[in-house]
Each structure stands twice: as C-alpha cells, then as structure tokens.
Design a protein around this ligand. Structure first.
Ligand code: FES
Length: 154
C-alpha cells in the first residue's frame, strides 16, 4: 500500500490540489468562502449575459429562434394554446396552430405551406388560408410584433 493510500488521498485528489494552488493567484484562497472583490450582488436586474430584463409584454419566442423563411410552434402566453409562428425577414406572423378540421396542432411551416399532420390539410403560411382540405376554414391570425428581438403579443 502506498503512502497516499494510507492517508485516504488518491493521486488524483492530490494532483488536483497542487494544480489549483499553482493556477489560482493567491493559491488555495479560491477554495475558501471569502467574498471576491467587486463580488456578485443580486441587485441591478441584469442577466449573466449583460442584457437587461425589463418588465414588458410576455415573450412568445426570440426572433433568432424563428427560422428565416420558416417558423416554429410556440405557446401563446395569453391562453397556453399553440401558435404557429411564420417569419419573413424581421417580420413574424402568428396563427392559432389548432387545425380547424378536428383540432390537431399543425406543423411548423415548410416554405409557404403549413400542414396538419392528422388528415393532411394545408394552409398558406402568409395568411393562414386553407389551400387543401378536409379543413374548410383557414388558421386564425393572432396579432404579434417583434420588439427588441422578441416576438410578443401586439
Ligand atoms: S385535424 Fe387537421 S386535417 Fe383533420
């Protein structure tokens, strides 16, 4: 049995302690509970990325998460129902994602087509109009806008 094994310390834990002592200015002080200069407070309302978190309308999705020329399904903060978001450049339209045929949630748009996976109805992604049944009505538009890079209710 080695001397390390007798003390209950593994080679790995010994090596780790040495590396920390060498790598951190002030040696092992980083392992203590002393506050750091200019420490992190909990006030100020900033996020770790430096952005602010202003109070405002509920966010449906980040614009960056909505694919250009496509879209995604997101929850409507007003009622929890799914919305299908359709992005064209910096503009986003939203439609109630509930298929008017029998209520299945439609799929995100592919090109200019939104398809219901249940019975194959298709809808125009530009205005929600039905382009192929069995659905007989289009998808209802839900007013949204892009504000500070976020899709929010209009
Ligand atoms: S539920 Fe959508 S086509 Fe039937």
């Amino acid at each position: 049995m080695s001397s390390l094994e007798k003390t209950g310390l593994s080679r790995r834990s010994m090596l780790c302690g040495v590396l920390v002592a060498l790598a951190v200015p002030g040696g092992l002080a980083a392992c203590g509970s002393e506050p750091t200069p200019g420490g992190t407070g909990t006030t100020g309302g900033t996020t770790p990325g430096g952005g602010t978190t202003p109070a405002g309308p509920p966010i449906i999705a980040a614009l960056a998460d909505v694919p250009e020329g496509g879209g995604l399904i997101a929850g409507n903060p007003a009622n929890g129902k799914p919305l299908v978001l359709v992005r064209t450049g910096e503009t986003v339209k939203a439609f109630d994602a509930t298929c008017p045929h029998q209520g299945t949630a439609v799929s995100p748009p592919e090109g200019d087509v939104i398809t219901c996976p249940n019975h194959g109805s298709t809808f125009n992604a530009s205005d929600g109009a039905v382009t192929k049944g069995p659905a007989t009505k289009g998808l209802a538009e839900v007013p949204v806008k892009v504000e500070a890079g976020q899709v929010v209710p209009a």
